[in-house]
Ligand binder design. Structure first.
Ligand SMILES: [Zn+2]
Length: 242
């Protein structure tokens, strides 16, 4: 599964790309070439050696179909892996669900990537909460007015200025139910199996950003880098608030 790839910097824009020819040979659902699922129990030989395991493994479920205690354990693993890897580079944790969200295998899975420090990432830093959906004990849930995607929801810890690896157990216990609640609200709006991504900001002042992937970018957006929303983030936040 080792991929050879290289980072290339665009000298004009300063943005980075990754050239990874082997990725095109990956099995994908989209191409109908899905072989035996490497993530299912009993297929561990198809993946690199296991580094960590909690529990024995059971049949596929989407993350948010698991009970709260189970999801908390999953997030504790994210935190532990983040801390394990943070000295090696910039640690990015992300989750893809659905073909439109670029999930290449139907088995629900999160991924963790370590990006060399020299690579500048084109990702927004945390912002001041606006269009608030919910105030949790440890998190503010909101939709930034200048969101990239319709109905993207941010989860910002009230204790700012820390890395995701610093999240405490009480904070995780607060985050998971409110994340599930937002997921359920989006699910009742967009359907049982709506595609989504979420990711955890790699740097200081971390946040979690949940993005329903309900549209493709148009020519205007590709030509200008300016995103067009058909729903005002203010209204989207009112719709989801509790
Ligand atoms: Zn599987």
């Amino acid at each position: 599964m080792k991929e050879d790839f290289r980072f290339i910097k665009n000298p004009i824009s300063g943005k980075w790309v990754i050239i990874a020819p082997k990725r095109s040979k990956r099995p994908t659902v989209a191409k109908g070439t899905e072989p035996i699922c490497p993530f299912c129990l009993g297929h561990e030989g198809l993946t690199p050696p296991e580094t960590y395991r909690l529990g024995g493994g059971e049949k596929d479920k989407n993350l948010f179909e698991l009970d709260t205690n189970h999801v908390v354990k999953v997030f504790r693993v994210y935190r532990d892996r983040f801390n394990e890897l943070k000295t090696k580079g910039q640690v990015v944790i992300f989750y893809n669900f659905g073909v439109e969200a670029a999930a290449s295998l139907p088995h629900p899975h999160a991924q963790i990537a370590v990006i060399p420090k020299k690579v500048g990432m084109d990702i927004t830093r945390s912002v001041t909460p606006e269009n608030i959906i919910h105030e949790g004990k440890h998190f503010t849930v909101f939709i930034p007015q200048a969101s990239g995607w319709p109905y993207e929801v941010w989860f910002l810890p009230k204790r700012r200025g820390r890395l995701f690896g610093d999240i405490t157990n009480p904070e995780l216990d607060n985050l998971v139910p409110i994340l599930s609640k937002v997921y359920q609200k989006l699910q009742s709006k967009f359907g049982q199996k709506f595609p989504f991504n979420f990711h955890v900001y790699h740097g200081g002042d971390w946040y979690l950003r949940f993005i329903p992937r309900l549209r493709v970018l148009g020519g205007f957006e590709l030509a200008t880098g300016v995103y067009v929303h058909s729903t005002d983030p203010k209204e989207a936040a009112q719709e989801l608030s509790w």
